[in-house]
Design a protein around this ligand. Structure first.
Ligand code: NAP
Length: 269
C-alpha cells in the first residue's frame, strides 16, 4: 500500500484525510492518506525517511513557502507564485538533501481556475478584465495566477505596500487606496485573507466600501467554512453574485491527485 499525506500546523481541522480516504475506498485504490503536524518545514526530510511508503504530500499553512528550499524541482505554477501545496517523492533518484528527489507543485492555481470556470465569466466583456484580490499569501497568489491565465488583470490588496510579491507586473495597493470609485469600477472581488473563517475570524471581513458594489460584480471567497462568510454576505446584500471556496478545495485536491498519478506514470515508463 502506498501512502499520501498532508503536512502543516495545525492539521486537525483539515478535510483532506477524509476526502482522499473516501476517494480511495470508493475507487478501490490501495492507498492511505494521513495528516502529519510538523513544528517546522525542516522536519520534512525526516518525515519522508521515517515513512518509506509515502509517495506524495499536500502542504498547508504555514509551510507552503518554507518547504521550497528542501525541494529539487518546482513546476511553473509553484515557481511563479513561490508557493507549494503538493510534493511528489521520487525515490528512484537522489536529490540535493537526501536519497530521494522532491518535486513541488501548486494545485491551488488549478483549483481557482476550476472555480472561475464555474462562474462562466464573459471575459470578452470589458467589465470583467480587472480584479481585486484581498490578501498576499499563497491563496491570493494562486488566485492571481489563475486570473492572469484567463487574461484578467488582478491587483493585490495588502495591509502593507512594502510586502513583495513574486509575480511580475502585478500591482499592490493598500486598503487605504480603495475608495468608492475603485470598487465600483471592479467587477471581480476575491477574499484571500483568513477574515471570515469559522473559529476566531467568523464575524470579520475586509474593510472596503461595500456600498460601492453593484449588481454585475462577482465576489469570491477562498473560505468555504462557513459557506457564506461576512464578506460574501455583505457583497450579496449589494446585489453581487457570490461564490465560496468549496469548488477550489475539491479542484485543488483532484489536481494534486492527477499530478501524483502523472509523476508515477512517468516513473513506470
Ligand atoms: P496566508 O498565506 O496566511 O495569507 C493570508 C493573507 O491574508 C496574508 O498574506 C495577509 O496579507 C492577509 N491577512 C492576514 N490576516 C489579515 C487580517 N487580519 N486582515 C487583513 N488581511 C489579513 O493564507 P493563505 O494560505 O493564502 O489562505 C488565505 C485564506 O484562503 C484562508 O482562509 C485559507 O483557508 C483559504 N484558502 C482556501 C483554499 C481553497 O481551496 N478553498 C486554498 C487556499 C487558501 P497582507 O499581510 O499582505 O495584508
Amino acid at each position: 500500500m502506498v501512502k499520501f499525506g498532508l503536512i502543516g500546523n495545525p492539521v486537525g481541522h483539515s478535510t483532506s484525510p477524509r476526502y482522499f480516504n473516501s476517494k480511495y475506498n470508493r475507487e478501490n485504490i490501495n492507498a492511505r492518506y494521513e495528516a502529519y503536524q510538523l513544528d517546522s518545514a525542516d522536519e520534512l526530510i525526516n518525515l519522508i525517511n521515517k515513512e518509506p511508503a509515502l509517495v506524495g504530500l499536500n502542504v498547508t499553512s504555514p509551510f507552503k513557502t518554507d518547504v521550497i528550499p528542501y525541494l529539487d524541482i518546482l513546476t511553473d505554477d509553484a515557481q511563479l507564485i513561490n508557493s507549494v501545496n503538493t510534493i511528489f517523492i521520487d525515490r528512484t533518484q537522489s536529490g540535493k538533501n537526501s536519497n530521494f528527489k522532491l518535486i513541488g507543485h501548486n494545485s491551488d492555481v488549478d483549483g481557482f481556475k476550476i472555480l472561475l470556470k464555474e462562474l462562466s465569466l464573459d471575459i470578452n466583456e470589458n467589465q470583467y478584465r480587472s480584479a481585486l484580490v484581498f490578501g498576499n499569501g499563497g491563496g491570493a497568489r494562486a488566485a492571481v495566477a489563475a486570473l492572469l491565465s484567463i487574461n484578467v488583470n488582478p491587483t493585490i490588496i495588502s495591509r502593507s505596500k512594502t510586502k513583495s510579491i513574486s509575480i511580475p507586473d502585478v500591482d499592490v495597493l493598500t486598503y487605504g487606496d480603495l475608495n468608492y470609485d475603485v470598487i465600483s469600477k471592479t467587477s471581480i472581488l476575491v477574499n484571500a485573507t483568513p477574515l471570515g473563517m469559522a473559529g476566531v475570524n467568523i464575524d470579520r471581513c475586509v474593510d472596503i466600501p461595500y456600498d460601492a458594489i453593484t449588481s454585475p460584480t462577482f465576489c469570491i471567497d477562498l473560505i468555504y467554512n462557513p459557506p457564506v462568510t461576512q464578506f460574501l454576505n455583505r457583497c450579496a446584500h449589494n446585489g453581487a453574485t457570490i461564490k465560496n471556496g468549496l469548488s477550489m478545495l475539491i479542484g485543488q485536491a483532484e489536481s494534486s491527485w492527477r499530478f501524483w498519478q502523472n509523476q508515477l506514470h512517468q516513473l513506470e515508463k
